[in-house]
Structure formats: structure tokens, C-alpha cells
Design a protein. Structure first.
Length: 443
């Protein structure tokens, strides 16, 4: 182990792996192809040196700071960085004044502000005149929705770019690069399986910093075999990631098999089996928000009107998972899975949805019946728009026999309630409405 550690004894190599591997050009940058891929808008702005103030909005570890540094380097601007957590309005004004002096000397200043959403209104307002004059090119980074967290006056002067969580393939490629690069572990003779790189990438959940930190922890705790090769095995990775199931394939066949098992177990009202498959996914590194989204779909597709509280509960669980994350949110997912498993089941909404979509796809686009068209002008009234419309609230039954479907589809039914749970009452109500409408209109 002493021999291994000696490889990191100088100051540069003792820096964290994520810092040593920080990209220095757009070609080295990983992810965000929708912004900096060949021909994409942000890449064109950088390459033509037409960068203006902007906000990078995205989750942690996706490269917001790195991209700002690359922009500063490629646009020949002085890069100034400070965080909203440690900088007050005094520091803001000092930086602004220096930037103004630089502007007079023909030097642009790119001011990168991490966590810009943490600045209060007065601090954000301090940027405004300098952004307008061009003293600075402001690049703010935030994990929060800028529409709610950044002053509208400042936001209107910035272009917002959304940075996405890195894909598993991006993170896996980054990990491979770290094993080969002299700035990473390229000087080490080590053995790690490709499946383990994928496991680290899944565990990182879109965060490059987490992926590299996890790999670095594994390397620093690796076992040297008799041949002098540093071995990173599954047991070591399980300790580094605090996960037992490393071989869960988040994007492959096993992923779809297990989510199918979860869905079908809940549909079959087997709460125990559903819980088992849900926790298999969690311990395999699956994003809890993905599971929560599938539960929201299930709430309408398989429970529907049989228990209309299933949908708001599933949405609430998604929000709880978003607020807390792992590991705390596992109990909320358990709550939803058990509730949905034990709820009465109806797929009437799903069948109605599919039947209606089929008609919309295959049949001609019928015009809206004139009786339910608005008639805001005399011309439209003369054309009989709104003629024959019956305001249901004006009737004793709060109903009318007015046809609301196009003539070609008159009488078509898509929703057929079941007798399950609360949907039984819905079905009884619908049947009563249909019988009333089929009756003779009063003279």
C-alpha cells in the first residue's frame, strides 16, 4: 500500500480525482451534447466568441463550473469565481469595480457565480448595471428553478441553459478515461471489471463528481495481488457505495424485467412481492424518482376511478422522494407500493384513453358542433355559432340532451366504468345520466 500511496505524494496528484480530471476544452467535456455537441447553440456561441450573460440550471455534478471555466479560456476573458454562500454585497461591488477597470483596458471579465439562487435581491441587483454595460459576462449556476429564485430584471438579461444529469454511458466513459489518463490512474496497474464501472455510474445517478470520488475511494482501498496488480472487487465497491446489488442493469433487460415484476405484482394485489421488486431496484442503484414516476402511472392506469386518492398519494410520494432522496425516501416508496397494491383495481381509464386515441389517430378531424362553439362576434352569431347551446346549470337536472360530440361520433362511448371500489358509484351515476338522455325530451 505504501508503494501505491507514493504515486500521490506530490501536490498535483494529491488533489481529488475530480479536480485532476477537470476538462480544459469542449472536446474533453463530457455530456450536455444538446448544448455543446457539434453545431449546437452554446458551442456555436463559444466558438464564435459571442458569449453573453447566462444561467446554467441543472443538478449537482453535471459540469456547470467546468463549462464556465472552458468558456472563459476559449473566449479569452478573465475568469473570476465566487460563491453566493461566502460572498456578500461588499465582495460583489469590489469585483464589479475591478471588472469595470478591466473593461476600460479592453479586458472582459467572466464572473462565475455558483449557487446564484442564494443571493438576496440586493446582491442580485448589484449585478444589473454591470451586466447592462458589458463590464461582466455573468455566468450563474443554480440547482433551483431560476424563474422562482432569480430576479426577473436580472433573469431577462441572461440566457438560461438547462444542463441535464449525465447519462450512464457518459459517466462510464469518464471512468474509463480516468483509468487511462496520466492525470488519473493511468500510471497504476489495476484491475476493475467493466460491470463495476457501470455500477459506479449508476450509483452516481448523473453526478460526475460522485462517480469519480467513488472510483477514487475504491482505488485507494484496493487490494494488491501477488502480481502487483491493484484489484477492485465487488465486495470493495459494495462498501464504497453502500449498495449490495451491483449488477442490476439500469438500462438493460433486467431493468425492464424488474420494473415489469413490480407493476404486475401491484396489479395482482401482491404487496409483498411488489415491495421485494421495488427494493431490488433501490439497492441496485435505481433513481427513486424513476420508481415514483412509474407508481404515478400505475395509479391512473391500474387503479383509476376505483380509488381516486391513489393518484394524489402517488404524486405526494414523488415529491417526498424529491425532497429527501435516498436513503430516507425508501419508506415513502414503501407506503405508495403497499397502498397501490391493496387498492381496488380498474383499468377503465386506460381503456378509455387508448380507445379515444385510436379514434383521434384514424378518423377525420371532425369540426366542433356549432352548438358548443363560442360566438363572441355578430358575424359568428349570424353563422349560427352557439345556437342551441344549453347551459346545464340552468336546468333542474343540471343536464341537457345536447350532443357534444361531432355528428360522425354521436353516441360514441369510451369510458366504461367497472364495479370496483369507488368506481361502482361512478358507474351508477353514468348509467343514470345515459338513461335520462335517452328518454323523451320534455315538451
Amino acid at each position: 500500500m505504501m508503494e501505491q500511496l507514493s504515486l500521490f505524494d506530490d501536490r498535483e496528484k494529491s488533489a481529488p480525482l475530480a479536480s485532476r480530471l477537470r476538462p480544459e476544452s469542449l472536446d474533453e467535456y463530457v455530456g450536455q451534447k444538446h448544448l455543446i455537441g457539434e453545431g449546437k447553440i452554446l458551442r456555436r456561441l463559444i466558438e464564435t466568441d459571442q458569449v453573453s450573460s447566462m444561467i446554467f440550471w441543472g443538478p449537482p455534478g453535471v459540469g456547470k463550473t467546468t463549462l464556465a471555466r472552458i468558456i472563459a479560456r476559449q473566449t479569452r476573458a478573465e475568469f473570476v469565481e465566487f460563491s453566493a454562500v461566502t460572498s456578500g454585497i461588499k465582495e460583489v461591488k469590489e469585483v464589479m469595480n475591478q471588472a469595470e477597470q478591466n473593461r476600460k483596458m479592453g479586458i472582459r471579465t467572466l464572473l462565475f457565480t455558483d449557487e446564484i439562487h442564494r443571493f438576496n435581491k440586493a446582491q442580485q441587483d448589484a449585478f444589473l448595471p454591470f451586466v447592462e454595460k458589458g463590464s461582466i459576462v455573468l455566468v450563474g449556476a443554480t440547482t433551483e428553478n431560476p424563474s422562482f429564485e432569480i430576479n426577473s430584471a436580472l433573469l431577462s438579461r441572461c440566457k438560461v441553459f438547462i444542463l441535464k444529469a449525465l447519462e450512464e454511458e457518459d459517466l462510464t466513459a469518464l471512468l474509463r478515461h480516468s483509468l487511462k489518463s496520466p492525470r488519473g490512474f493511468g500510471n497504476l496497474d489495476l484491475l476493475i471489471e467493466e460491470t463495476h464501472l457501470h455500477a459506479i455510474a449508476r450509483f452516481a445517478n448523473g453526478d460526475a463528481r460522485t462517480a469519480l470520488n467513488t472510483l477514487e475511494m475504491a482505488v485507494l482501498n484496493g487490494r494488491m495481488n501477488e502480481e502487483g496488480v491493484l484489484v477492485i472487487d465487488e465486495e470493495l465497491l459494495a462498501q464504497c457505495m453502500n449498495r449490495r446489488s451491483l449488477l442490476y442493469d439500469k438500462n438493460g433487460e433486467e431493468h425492464y424485467n424488474i420494473i415489469s415484476a413490480l407493476h404486475k405484482s401491484m396489479r395482482n394485489s401482491d404487496a409483498d412481492a411488489a415491495l421485494y421488486w421495488m427494493h431490488r431496484m433501490l439497492y441496485g442503484g435505481e433513481n427513486p424518482l424513476y420508481i415514483a414516476r412509474r407508481l404515478i402511472r400505475f395509479a391512473s392506469e391500474d387503479v383509476g376511478m376505483a380509488d381516486s386518492q391513489a393518484l394524489p398519494l402517488a404524486v405526494s410520494v414523488y415529491q417526498a422522494c424529491h425532497f429527501l432522496g435516498m436513503p430516507e425516501c425508501d419508506v415513502h416508496l414503501t407506503h405508495a407500493v403497499v397502498y397501490l397494491s391493496m387498492a381496488p383495481k380498474s383499468n377503465a381509464l386506460y381503456r378509455a384513453c387508448e380507445a379515444c386515441k385510436e379514434d383521434v389517430r384514424k378518423l377525420p378531424a371532425e369540426p366542433v358542433p356549432l352548438q358548443i362553439c363560442n360566438a363572441p362576434t355578430k358575424l359568428l352569431k349570424d353563422l349560427h355559432y352557439g345556437e342551441g347551446y344549453i347551459y346545464a346549470h340552468d336546468t333542474e337536472e343540471k343536464l341537457s340532451r345536447m350532443e357534444c360530440l361531432p355528428d360522425a361520433l354521436a353516441g360514441r362511448r369510451y369510458y366504461h366504468p367497472t364495479a370496483e371500489g369507488q368506481e361502482r358509484k361512478v358507474g351508477e351515476r353514468l348509467q343514470a345520466i345515459l338513461e335520462w338522455k335517452q328518454g323523451e325530451p320534455e315538451a
